[in-house]
Design a protein around this ligand. Structure first.
Ligand code: ADE
Length: 261
């Protein structure tokens, strides 16, 4: 089974691409899909770009053309839960689209015609991502993330949690917007711009999904300042460290099983 690996930022894809034993490279819709093996597993690696449309289009292509059996999304997120700090890791439980509002036709947040407002990630992928993230923090963090970056970014005792994720086409960078989002999607622990869209596409096609996000900022005033520095200096290391361990574990459910159509 081929695993689709998506990232929203080029820096995150670049390090993974360096580890990939590359077989083919194919450009579609301005995105480059690289196939090959990573940690002994068949993967297609792609930088999806930011935002729900970009992510959905990329996921659809992975499913239709590359026939992936599961999708893994790795990236960064802004913290919504007050105890989350820069450098902490969130393994996604359910994905919400916080900017979906077709009221009064449907309830706010409800995805029209799907009778739900959120999509679950796959249990086995989620569990494996969680233990891979824990292993990365335990064994890899000190050596794989440059200590200068850790000090400069103020990363201290990073932890991994499971939680819901809110996605929308907004980079949240004011306290007011962050607080409004907390009230709107109370179960969401962090915010990003792609996961909910990929989750909808995966749901519609019966494709198991896992989402892992590293907290890059507090989604409040000045979030964009933290964000650039974090993506450049730390996020790509986290992504590689977690995904490599995930692939080595070989856990994803339905390995070798046929997929829904
Ligand atoms: N991804 C990382 N930080 C974010 C933020 N503050 N808002 C939306 N997406 C993000």
């Amino acid at each position: 089974m081929t695993i689709g690996i998506m990232t929203a930022m080029p820096e995150e894809a670049a390090l993974l691409a360096r580890e990939l034993a590359r077989e083919t490279e194919h450009v579609h819709g301005g995105r480059t899909y690289c196939t090959g093996t990573l940690a002994g597993r068949r993967v297609v690696l792609v930088f999806s770009r930011m935002g729900k449309v970009a992510a959905a289009a990329t996921a659809q292509h992975l499913i239709d053309v590359h026939r992936v059996g599961s999708i893994l999304f790795s990236g960064v997120a802004g913290a919504l839960r007050p105890d989350l700090r820069i450098g902490d890791i969130v393994v996604g439980d359910r994905l919400w689209q916080h900017d979906m509002d077709a009221s009064p036709l449907f309830a706010p947040l409800e995805i029209p015609l799907l009778k739900t407002s959120s999509f679950a990630t796959e249990d086995a992928i989620r569990n494996s991502l969680f233990s891979s993230a824990e292993a990365f923090l335990r064994e890899g963090f000190d050596t794989e993330v440059a200590s200068a970056a850790v000090a400069e970014l103020g990363i201290r005792d990073p932890k991994v949690i499971r939680g819901d994720i809110a996605s929308g086409d907004r980079f949240v960078s004011t306290h007011a917007e962050r607080d409004a989002l907390r009230a709107k999607v109370p179960s969401a622990v962090c915010v990003e711009m792609e996961g909910g869209a990929v989750a909808q596409v995966c749901f519609e096609h019966g494709i198991p999904l896992g989402v892992v996000r590293v907290i890059s900022d507090g989604a409040g005033d000045g979030a964009h300042v933290d964000f650039g520095k974090f993506v450049r200096d730390a996020a790509s290391r986290y992504g590689l460290g977690i995904i490599r361990r995930f692939l080595e574990r070989g856990t994803p459910a339905r390995d070798g099983a046929s997929r829904a159509s």
